[in-house]
Design a protein around this ligand. Structure first.
Ligand code: ATP
Ligand code: MG
Length: 256
């Protein structure tokens, strides 16, 4: 395991945490916009604490599903339950998300993190050291005082991950977190995610990189046209996807 910062809860702490958030249940979840069903009656129950990977072709609804789960958008129908409870402020504070496009403030890299920590109510005295440790985790300590907006695309993405990890969430959502990273940075991020999972953080990650999904996933959610096509354990999904669309996607074929 990596040498993790002190602000991280230990797996034991998390296991003892009185309120578990899993299972995550989606019940007939739908999202309509301009007469279109962008998410179409998705039923899903995620029980296990391993890394869940969401896959599917462009436009299949992966980012929308992640935003719905994180409570950033409201479904038009259906419900999302965390251990039987609908999203509330307390549950949201135990989650963090890394978006497909980096969302950063016009401040230094470190200040982007301390700002997020202050919004979460972390005391001023703790913010600086926690931010620095999170930057170290993402290999960005040398860029701590660089304006976030001048960082390269890959560095910005890593900064967003550092910021999310600094919050020490119980649930971590990531939307294609390695899309603009080189192979070395990609592997470093994957290692971080695997370690986060060992720390008891539930990781839900969108990727269309099949290799990455194979390396990370314990279970796979496969979407197409806003519908849940398959939800399988990773070994089963990768060995024998049940649907034609998933098979074709995995083979690098055209999915219409
Ligand atoms: N606010 C909106 N109004 C109308 N359509 C939308 C809105 N947001 C997203 N969509 C549409 O919903 C579909 C799903 O979008 P989403 O961003 O979830 O796809 P995705 O699976 O994440 O794709 P990608 O792999 O390209 O990131 C797309 O066809 C998109 O154009
Ligand atoms: Mg997307």
């Amino acid at each position: 395991m990596l040498d993790y910062p002190r602000f991280f809860a230990t797996p034991e702490d998390r296991a003892l945490s009185s309120e578990r958030l899993l299972p995550l249940e989606l019940r007939r979840l739908s999202l309509q916009a301009r007469g279109q069903r962008l998410i179409d009656s998705v039923d899903l129950k995620v029980q296990d604490p391993g890394i869940s990977v969401i896959m599917g072709p462009n436009g299949s609804g992966k980012s929308l599903l992640l935003r719905l789960m994180h409570g950033l958008i409201e479904p038009t129908e259906g419900a999302i339950l965390w251990a039987g409870t609908p999203m509330n402020g307390q549950i949201r504070r135990r989650q963090a998300m890394v978006f497909q496009k980096p969302v950063l403030l016009r401040r230094t890299a470190a200040a982007n993190i301390t700002h997020a920590l202050s919004l979460r109510g972390v005391g001023r005295s703790e913010r600086g050291s926690r931010a620095f440790e999170a930057l170290q985790l993402a290999g960005l300590e040398r860029q701590a005082f660089t304006p976030a907006r001048v960082l390269s695309g890959g560095e910005q993405q890593r900064l967003c991950l550092a910021r999310a990890l600094s919050l020490d969430p119980d649930i971590l959502f990531l939307d294609e977190p390695t899309a603009s990273l080189d192979p070395a940075s990609t592997l470093a991020i994957e290692r971080l995610l695997i370690d986060a999972q060992h720390r008891g953080i539930k990781v839900i990650v969108v990727t269309h990189d099949v290799g990455q999904a194979r390396r990370l996933a314990q279970d796979v959610v496969f979407l197409h046209h806003g519908r849940l096509i398959e939800y399988q354990s990773a070994p089963r999904f990768f060995e024998r996807p049940e649907s034609d669309v998933a098979r074709s996607f995995m083979a690098g074929g055209l999915v219409l």
